[in-house]
Unconditional design. Structure first.
Length: 159
């Protein structure tokens, strides 16, 4: 009887340690590479990165926050009649299963609004991305000079 109890206990411990692929958080499935923020003296700027989703399911970034800005919005750039318009991305930023997603100037990005101070080249910005399942991913983004493709992050027309 003692041997049976020991075997059952060992099986229970091993089962608890293994976990299942479906139990991982959305944040744990995502790897961030080359995260950076466009340098700015104040107002607004944007953050960009290369994101890889290694899981077998799509995951979705639903919000983000940083001490460097009063608020962060998830944005996209869409072309309407040839003109590029930046707007909040409805439903968040989707990262398809087993693929890479780029946050780029002129595409999806994180918009840092009402900066709390200047962002100077060479410094780092800490950003926390929140996923649909409530999990969070800390991101360290380097501030870089970037003349860009005539983007304007001052509340006016973005192109």
């Amino acid at each position: 009887m003692r041997r049976i109890v020991c075997v059952l206990l060992a099986v229970a411990v091993l089962a608890g340690c293994g976990g299942s692929p479906g139990s991982a958080t959305d944040a744990a499935a995502v790897h961030v590479h080359d995260a950076w923020v466009k340098a700015a003296d104040g107002g607004m700027t944007a953050a960009f990165a290369h994101l890889t989703n290694d899981s077998d399911r799509e995951v979705r970034i639903t919000s983000a926050a940083t001490p460097a800005a009063a608020r962060v919005e998830l944005h996209e750039v869409v072309r309407d009649g040839g003109a590029a318009t930046m707007r909040p991305k409805a439903g968040g930023i989707v990262l398809p299963a087993r693929s890479a997603t780029e946050l780029t100037p002129g595409g999806d990005h994180l918009m840092l609004m009402d900066l709390t101070g200047p962002l100077t080249p060479g410094s780092d910005v800490e950003i926390t991305a929140t996923f649909d399942d409530g999990s969070t991913l800390p991101i360290t983004a380097q501030v870089r000079d970037f003349p860009g493709a005539d983007e304007h992050y001052d509340g006016g027309h973005h192109g």
